[in-house]
Design a protein around this ligand. Structure first.
Ligand code: SAM
Ligand code: MD0
Ligand code: SF4
Length: 361
């Protein structure tokens, strides 16, 4: 055997100690951590992620209210319930009054931010109704007094600028993967670069940007290392991962995704690699039952709080826990408490956003 080529197996405790101290990981180490299977070893990874979270955020957690106000979409993403060709996707377009009332309700329940999400609804894109959308977002922002995130899909640069002019704080737009072949199979007929560059443009306009991954969708460890490198280069302010949930009526309906442990490991890796960024624990994947494990993996934002009985849906889990009240602050508080965490004061979220935005203005 050629001794010059001998590479010892990385030692887990050594990797994690270095990661916590230096806040970096080599691709080989990332792959090693992604492949961990033994529960004691995975727990060491989560523990390291929690130590890093504590360093930057203490025990404070941010909470996002989620308003999916239109489920119509002109796109045909292979993974999505709301793809245009899916007859099983339940469609609705909420009125401004319904949206404002829900925004108020979420704001008074104590969320830190409102995330206004839609499919790429042709009504707002094709029929000259974009101004209605702007007005709506403006009213939500003014009446709630909260920071606002928009997740409208791909918009034009001028439209993004208009959102910035009315004070929108965040633009969320996820590539899902940075493997272009896989991207093209998932986001059918959607330009990879256009989507990526819009996040950079959001920063140029002085907005914060969120990037996101799907896990369990055929991505390799190498793809994930590449995604982390792209996220680092984009300097996005919030990074997320959600396990792919197969959706009825879609081409991936029968795709087998395996366990959601991979998502948890990716959350922990994101925390080690992006220690000072926001990382969601989404209620939209495994509902309330999946919150504790995501917080234990190092997430510091709870997303997808949805008021019950208003007819608003989630994305990957359109109805899970919604009408049962499981997507509410009351329901998540005991989970936070059990993890030794608590909601941050609303003001401290605003300060985080303002502080972070100074980088771009
Ligand atoms: N239409 C906008 C867009 O695509 O950017 C915003 C809403 S879209 C439904 C928000 C995100 O939900 C997607 O980027 C994707 O990451 C996630 N998502 C959609 N379907 C999913 C599924 N079946 N499983 C997990 N996540 C999913
Ligand atoms: C969530 N279902 O927070 C929402 C959604 C869009 N910005 C967010 C994917 O989990
Ligand atoms: Fe439309 Fe967004 Fe679903 Fe793609 S992920 S089909 S753009 S709602």
């Amino acid at each position: 055997m050629n001794e010059g080529l001998y590479m010892p197996e990385p030692n887990l405790e050594y990797i994690l100690t270095e990661a916590v101290a230096c806040e970096t990981l080599a691709d080989r180490e990332i792959t090693h951590l992604l492949n961990l299977e033994q529960p004691e070893e995975v727990e060491l990874l989560f523990n390291a992620a929690r130590m890093v979270r504590e360093r930057y955020f203490g025990s404070a957690i941010f909470i996002y209210g989620f308003i999916y106000f239109s489920t119509y979409c002109r796109n045909d993403c292979a993974f999505c319930l709301y793809r245009r060709s899916n007859p099983a996707g339940k469609r609705y377009r909420k009125t401004p009054a319904e949206i404002l009332e829900t925004a108020d309700q979420l704001a008074s329940s104590g969320v830190h931010l409102l995330d206004l999400t839609m499919g790429e609804d042709p009504y707002y894109f094709n029929e000259g109704h974009f101004d209605q959308l702007l007005l709506l977002v403006d009213q939500v922002k003014k009446t709630s007094g909260l920071p606002v995130m928009i997740s409208p899909g791909v918009v034009s640069r001028d439209q993004l600028q208009s959102f910035r002019e009315i004070g929108v704080d965040w633009y969320a737009l996820y590539q899902e993967t940075h493997n272009i072949d896989l991207y093209n199979k998932l986001r059918l007929d959607q330009d990879y670069d256009e989507r990526l560059e819009l996040k950079r443009y959001a920063h140029q306009l002085g907005m914060l940007a969120e990037e996101g991954l799907l896990s369990g969708i055929g991505e390799s460890a190498e793809d994930l290392c590449h995604s982390f490198a792209v996220m680092r280069e984009l300097e996005v302010d919030q990074v997320r991962v959600m396990s792919f949930i197969p959706q009825v009526g879609t081409p991936l309906e029968k795709y087998s995704t395996g366990s959601h442990l991979r998502e948890l490991k990716i959350i922990a890796l994101m925390r080690l690699l992006f220690p000072d960024r926001l990382i969601p624990a989404s209620l939209d994947v495994d509902g309330l039952a999946g919150l504790r494990q995501r917080l234990n993996a190092g997430a510091n934002v709870v997303t997808s709080i949805i008021p019950p009985h208003k007819g608003f849906q989630g994305v990957s889990q359109s109805t899970l826990d919604v009408d049962e009240g499981g997507r509410s602050i009351d329901a998540i508080l005991p989970v936070l408490d059990a993890c030794g965490l608590q909601p941050a004061p609303v003001e401290s979220y605003k300060q985080w956003v303002e502080q972070r935005r100074k980088r771009y203005s």
